[in-house]
Design a protein around this ligand. Structure first.
Ligand code: KG4
Ligand code: ZN
Length: 373
């Protein structure tokens, strides 16, 4: 079974090919084209810009992904029929032009299924990937498996690596730019949301605090770099909801605390570094404490991390250290940093392991607020 997966939920255009043979999974390609430099000018992701960029990027990314998987073959298509294609891509004119040129000159690749991120995510961005998947599905006559973006971040932990046997139930912390959720995973396809942020997501908090401190987008990596250079200081920020007996989060108060405090200070290099370190620590303290509480209370057999914020070095280190101290026998799994942020491989893997069935392209719609359970 070969799956070609498409990811456009936010500002990364990702396409990947994964193959499963006799129970073994092989990653054939995983191409990501990031729009970070473009959105940096605006200090965050601009949905209509993201949509336009996905339209430009999808065909070049597809060609690279097919080439790397050794599936790109030139061949003139006989009796090319463009009427239906035009209808499917009527809202994506830039993409239509590029896709037509590609389909006219390339052979149908040897794949069995398509997969695409259905949501949650930015609605205009999601639709480009979905319409692209529909057009390919129609032209190549392959069914599509819709994938939930949160599930994809969780299942990134199953990406090919030798000897990985994750035991259930697992407690998963998904921390990204749009979401902060604690999920109890009983098995593939069986999830229970046990807690989530009541306002901003952790990644969003990193991004907003970075902007307050005059750092670039995306804020997470920028804050983490500044924090590494910080000297000892006496700035203190709150750890919202850390002592509450639930698994929910709140990060907007932390952002406001940084804003008020920083208005009283000169934004010297030293200040920005210290504030970055303390803000990062406040976020990490809450994430670690609530995750370990959930793991203990739900008698988890493993703890999983996923999402862009899970690529944060300090979060990875401190989560591992605290777990070792508090529940020494409990294994922790975190995807390699490149698979924490958005990419097609995690979508392909979810299509393979998740329990969603393939559907006809005619039934597929974006669901920007899709829920897991
Ligand atoms: O999962 P992701 O790529 O996209 C969404 O689904 O939102 O996550 C992007 C988020 C951004 O908010 C970004 O600032 C954050 O992940 N991020 C980080 C780091 N790298 C990315 N946050 C903290 N530390 C990092 N190293
Ligand atoms: Zn994501």
């Amino acid at each position: 079974m070969k799956i070609l997966a498409i990811e456009t939920s936010c500002d990364d255009t990702g396409i990947s090919v994964i193959e499963e043979k006799n129970g073994k999974i092989a990653l054939k390609s995983n191409i990501v084209s990031s729009q970070v430099l473009l959105h940096r000018k605006w200090g965050g992701v601009y949905p209509t810009l993201a949509k336009r960029e996905h339209q430009k990027n999808l065909v070049p990314v597809l060609m690279k992904a097919l080439k790397e998987a050794d599936l790109l073959k030139k061949e003139k298509t006989k009796n090319f029929e463009s009427k239906k294609l035009k209808k499917i891509l009527e809202k994506e004119p830039v993409l239509l032009k590029k896709l037509e040129a590609f389909l006219k000159t390339h052979k149908k690749p040897d794949i069995d299924r398509l997969a695409v991120t259905q949501g949650p995510g930015l609605e205009p961005a999601l639709w480009v990937g979905i319409n692209f998947a529909k057009a390919l599905s129609f032209f190549w006559k392959k069914p599509i498996i819709p994938v939930n973006h949160i599930e994809a971040h969780m299942l990134a932990n199953w990406l090919p690596k030798k000897g990985k046997k994750i035991k259930f139930p697992a407690v998963c912390l998904v921390v990204s730019g749009g979401h902060t959720q604690l999920v109890l995973m009983k098995r593939f396809g069986k999830y229970k949301l046990i807690g989530e942020t009541r306002d901003d997501a952790a990644g969003e908090c990193f991004d907003k605090i970075a902007r307050i401190l005059g750092l670039e987008y995306p804020g997470g990596p920028a804050i983490s770099r500044e924090a590494e250079k910080a000297k000892e200081g006496d700035i203190r920020f709150p750890r919202p909801m850390i002592s509450q007996k639930n698994y929910d989060f709140s990060f907007s108060g932390l952002k406001t605390a940084v804003l008020y405090q920083s208005q009283k200070e000169k934004k010297t290099k030293g200040y920005v570094r210290q504030a970055s370190k303390e803000a990062q620590q406040a976020i990490i303290d809450v994430l670690v404490k609530k995750t370990i509480n959930a793991a203990r209370d739900f008698k988890a057999q493993s703890v999983l991390l996923g999402g862009g914020v899970a690529s944060n070095k300090e979060l990875r280190r401190q989560m591992a250290d605290s777990l070792k101290k508090k529940i020494p026998s409990l294994p922790l799994y975190i995807p390699d940093p490149e698979y924490c942020t958005d990419n097609g491989a995690i979508v392909a893997l979810s299509a393979l392991l998740g329990k969603k069935k393939a559907i006809s392209f005619k039934k597929l719609k974006a669901d920007s607020n899709a829920r897991l359970d």
